[in-house]
Design a protein around this ligand. Structure first.
Ligand code: FMN
Length: 190
């Protein structure tokens, strides 16, 4: 197991929500790249992650699709439940001071049938705000195109053209290399 210069491994959690498998594929690519970097992440669906103590991790990934340009209801509920907990504990402070060594990455999938990437950036910003309020550094917000399963027209005639089969291997390879780059950056900074 790789350890950083402080003698600790980069303790990592990957949380995601996925109804039709696109975001799950991206979570799988994140996990694969982490393992290749010598990190064994905990990987949880949102429904399994309610009891997770986010501050126990150095690096937290949170993934969700865009549903009407916001995170889906179960993801909103998760964020609200966590916000309530951390407000009650006094973790959400004026000016949201950084908590040393805490990093988050948000990854979002979308089909962009109407206005393209603008349909998903609010999801990334929303989830990013959650982590910034907790004092995490949001190192990246990744937006990955995903087929609109069950809605052929929205996967062929939308702003992004023919997106059937996405995220494809190329999309997932990009995610993997982005993860590797991030881990190298975090290790060189520690
Ligand atoms: C109810 C619903 C609402 C959606 N709304 C949007 C949207 O507003 N913008 C968008 O780009 N994609 C939208 N999509 C498409 C999904 O974001 C996209 O297919 C995503 O990759 C699905 O992820 P999943 O397979 O992990 O569930 C929507 C899909 C569903 C089922």
């Amino acid at each position: 197991m790789h350890q950083n210069k402080a003698g600790r491994e980069l303790k990592t959690l990957v949380i995601y929500w996925s109804a039709t498998g696109n975001t799950e594929k991206v979570a799988g690519a994140v996990q694969k790249a982490l393992v290749r970097e010598g990190i064994e992440p905990a990987v949880k669906k949102v429904s399994e992650a309610e009891a997770e103590e986010l501050y126990q991790y150095d690096l937290v990934f949170l993934g969700a699709p865009s549903y009407q340009f916001l995170p889906p209801e179960p993801v909103l509920r998760f964020v609200k439940q966590k916000m309530k907990l951390h407000v009650e504990r006094g973790d959400i402070k004026p000016c949201a001071p950084r908590v040393a060594g805490k990093t988050a990455v948000v990854f979002c999938t979308y089909s962009g049938p109407h206005t393209g990437i603008n349909e998903v950036t609010p999801v990334g910003e929303y989830l990013g705000q959650f982590f910034e309020h907790l004092g995490f550094d949001v190192a990246a917000r990744w937006y990955v195109v995903g087929e609109f399963h069950g809605r052929e027209e929205l996967s062929t005639k939308g702003r992004l053209g023919d997106i059937r089969g996405r995220p494809n291997q190329q999309d997932l390879s990009k995610v993997e290399s982005d993860v590797s780059r991030l881990i190298k950056t975090l290790r060189s900074a520690s």
